[in-house]
Design a protein around this ligand. Structure first.
Ligand code: SAH
Length: 349
């Protein structure tokens, strides 16, 4: 059985046994102690700084059909869009003026954006903003593709593994999608030299504590620079959106953010939009539980309205200045501060 000492050990060793992790995931008794320990650990490495990233959702076309996702190809209700290179550059320009030094280009797996087109966009951003980090989040590609993106000037890549258990992966994805390939992508990205982000949804359909344990063990194997988790939120036009599947909880998401901070002291961990969607102070609570990244949405409003991965997504109407100010206000209100800069991870220990 676990007790307060278990959390002290986790703090000191950055690890626990399988049975301790399973117990910790399933009890709320130590949440407060856990948040405080995680917050202290983050402050040791990052002080009270929170890094900001400009998120640009540049296409919602997708060839994949993930059962949970609102932009899956079978969703005929989704209004599809893709930004032009000029629109992407305009979003970067506005972001740069607001103090953002990382641009995250996220999208569905849109076949219009061939590796060559992605490289053109990346090179243009790289030439225009040599002092910025460029993050891609555009799904599974060939190793050669990833290498080309890297050579064009991309530095970081976000690709959540979604779940590290094969049986669970098959319940969330159609059979043409393979967990092995997703893992292959993550290891390729790391070898090429990207700062890599993985992660999973909390409370996705059919998720059991054992799956979460497997996720944490997989992350230890991969040892990523960034770990993104957020609650699963059903989207009404997907197979999981017909009222039979509950959303993930704030409590479990926060508990897992703290556990991640203690297992991976140096990781960059975002307080995600999904967390802010299921609770009005979700992102602030995430920061207090150990997260150290926020990713304000810089997608042009017209497009942003249609990048609907899940229902009730927040910030669909805020313009850029509002978004930046609101972020800063929220972060300051809980005693943290926005860091302007590229925001690299600290050296691992
Ligand atoms: N096509 C890219 C980007 C996917 S969207 C890729 O494959 O990586 C980014 C993340 O949103 C996904 O990795 C998934 O974890 C999350 N997401 C998708 N649908 C969601 C939902 N219904 N609820 C919560 N998170 C969701």
């Amino acid at each position: 059985m676990i007790n307060e000492l278990t959390i002290k050990n986790l703090y000191r060793e950055s690890d626990l046994s399988d049975s301790e992790i399973l117990d910790l995931i399933q009890t709320s008794e130590y949440d407060k102690i856990l948040y405080d320990a995680a917050d202290r650990k983050r402050k040791e490495l990052y002080g009270n700084g929170v890094y900001i990233r400009a998120l640009i959702e540049f296409t919602n076309y997708c060839k994949n059909d993930c059962y949970y996702c609102g932009i899956r190809r079978s969703n005929r209700e989704a209004i599809r869009y893709r930004l032009t290179i000029d629109e992407i550059m305009a979003a970067c320009d506005a972001g740069y003026k607001q103090g953002f030094r990382t641009f995250v280009l996220q999208g569905g797996e849109d076949q219009y954006f061939t590796d060559e087109r992605v490289c053109d966009i990346v090179s243009k951003i790289r030439r225009t903003y040599p002092d910025c980090a460029i993050t891609l989040s555009i799904g599974e590609k060939s190793r050669d593709g990833y290498q080309a993106f890297f050579d064009a000037g991309a530095n970081r890549y976000l690709l959540r593994h979604e779940t590290a258990s094969d049986s669970h992966y098959k319940k969330l994805h159609p059979k043409e999608m393979k967990l092995d390939n997703r893992k292959r992508c993550l290891f390729d990205l790391k070898e090429i030299g990207f700062q890599v982000g993985a992660g999973f949804m909390v409370g996705s359909p059919f998720q059991e504590p054992q799956h979460i344990l497997a996720d944490l063990r997989f992350l230890q194997e991969l040892n990523p620079d960034m770990i993104g988790i957020g609650p699963f939120i059903s989207q009404c036009n997907t197979p999981f959106g017909q009222g039979n599947y509950k959303n993930g909880s704030v409590e479990l998401t926060l508990r897992l953010i703290s556990i991640l901070r203690l297992l991976f002291p140096a990781a960059l961990i975002p307080a995600t939009t999904a967390l802010g969607t299921i609770h009005p102070q979700g992102r602030e609570l995430g920061i207090k539980a150990g997260a150290n990244i926020v990713m304000p949405n810089l997608t042009p409003l017209e497009a942003r309205r249609n990048y609907l991965l899940y229902d009730n997504k927040i910030c669909l109407a805020e313009d850029l200045a509002m978004c930046r100010m609101d972020t800063e206000k929220r972060i300051n209100s809980i005693g943290y501060k926005v860091v302007v800069g590229v925001g690299n991870p600290v050296k691992k220990w």
